[in-house]
Design a protein around this ligand. Structure first.
Ligand SMILES: [Zn+2]
Length: 410
């Protein structure tokens, strides 16, 4: 027989898991009636009523009486996530700019700020100071009753999740830089700061709010200055033991390829990245986004050089994606960031390589499409990263809830 303590412990574990299921559902899908929550979480009506009561008392959700709509029976009250009850600060480091946003529970973006930085010439301390300034600006504009619960940071580099050490950010010229520690010092805050790679976060944003909603197995290729990747398998991000996993841009594909900034040669990035496209289209590989826009304009105008360059990029995309399809059996492969506008031009050669190389059974279920959230996906994903501890265990957070955002001291 179970003792009373053990029973109590089990019911507490169940309560916490149920609170998490409800907050996750509301955060991801928006307002729901109590009866929809019963359907989506599998909990009983009375359990939902009690748990919603706790969440309302804790300020995480609000509940409003539903309008009488003429159907028989009592109307089911509408439950909404309270965007002001839990707010996160999302930060993003790009090669030439820093971005910040405040985002409320449920995904509402309240405010944004941006700062240019010299391209690839910033020290870790410069970046940490810049991010802290943006954070302070947004915090000052946040109403006093809004509760700031966490900070998420998207980094254009390979990041160790446990402490925010940037192992490698070739486009910033960084190696083994303790960004997490420097940022905590610069922000002088006690609220948790979580850091991750930009493409790992972009795929989470597309999964929760973009082109991959409802898709449990998805690969995102993220084109910025380099090419990154984010992978979700069975609904869970693939991070590897240290958080370095999913660097599919550095998958070796060409034994005779070009040297890569990571130190290897013939990486996939060297064939499908922006620099390769510029080189093939007759522009300087260092041309950046302006040259890239020019290539896309040339292609739209029917330039045979630009179209051939994109077709070759499509061929290399197909070669790598065929391998990913065979290994991971995903339902969806998204072209994100700078790769998204390539899609209509690269599609024929890309699909032809998939037909030649991917296993037929896996090929049949795999779709390749452009991502939907544009260049903001990593920033939105950084917000999701910062929400994760609350979503995983709202009960723990309700127990220690502060009353204002005063936790962040200037
Ligand atoms: Zn590489």
């Amino acid at each position: 027989m179970m003792g009373r303590d053990e029973l109590g412990h089990r019911s507490e574990t169940v309560r916490r898991a149920n609170l998490s299921a409800i907050v996750r559902e509301l955060h991801g899908s928006g307002p729901s009636s109590r009866s929809d929550l019963v359907t989506h979480t599998g909990l009983t009506r009375s359990a939902i009523r009690a748990l919603i009561g706790e969440l309302v008392a804790g300020g995480l959700v609000t509940e409003e009486r539903a309008e009488l709509d003429g159907t028989p029976g009592r109307p089911s009250p509408l439950v909404r996530p309270n965007p002001h009850g839990a707010v996160v600060l999302a930060l993003e480091i790009r090669v030439d700019s820093l971005s910040a946003a405040t985002v409320g529970l449920g995904g509402e973006v309240f405010d944004t700020a941006r700062m240019d930085v010299p391209r690839g010439r910033s020290s870790v301390d410069d970046i940490a100071t810049g991010l802290a300034e943006l954070a302070a600006t947004l915090r000052d504009r946040l109403p006093a009753q809004d509760v700031l619960i966490g900070v998420g940071v998207a980094v254009v580099g390979v990041v160790r999740r446990s402490d925010g050490l940037v192992f490698m950010a070739p486009n910033l010229g960084w190696r083994d830089e303790p960004l997490g520690k420097r940022l905590a010092l610069a922000m002088r805050t006690t609220i948790p700061i979580a850091l991750a790679n930009e493409s790992d976060l972009a795929v989470i944003a597309e999964y929760r709010r973009g082109a991959a909603r409802g898709v449990q197995n998805v690969v995102l290729l993220w084109g910025s200055v380099g090419v990154g990747g984010g992978v979700i398998i069975d609904g869970a991000p693939l991070t590897g033991i240290s958080g370095y996993g999913g660097e599919i841009g550095h998958m070796p594909v060409n034994p005779d390829g070009l040297p890569c900034r990571c130190g290897s040669i013939g990486c996939w990035e060297s064939e499908v990245g922006g620099a390769a496209l510029l080189r093939r289209a007759g522009y300087s590989p260092e041309g950046g986004s302006e040259a890239m826009d020019a290539v896309m304009r040339d292609a739209q105008a029917g330039s045979s050089v630009a179209l051939a360059a994109l077709a070759e990029t499509g061929r290399w995309l197909g070669i790598g994606i065929a391998g990913l399809i065979n290994i991971l059996n995903p339902e969806l492969i998204l072209l994100g960031g700078q790769l998204a506008p390539f899609y209509p031009f690269v599609r024929p050669t890309l699909e032809a390589e998939l037909d030649r190389r991917a296993l037929r059974a896996s090929r049949q279920v795999a779709r390749v499409t452009p991502a939907r959230l544009g260049m903001d996906a990593p920033l939105l994903g950084a917000a999701e990263l910062a929400f994760e501890p609350l979503l995983a265990d709202p009960a723990a957070w309700l127990g220690t809830r502060p009353s204002t955002n005063a936790l962040v001291s200037a």
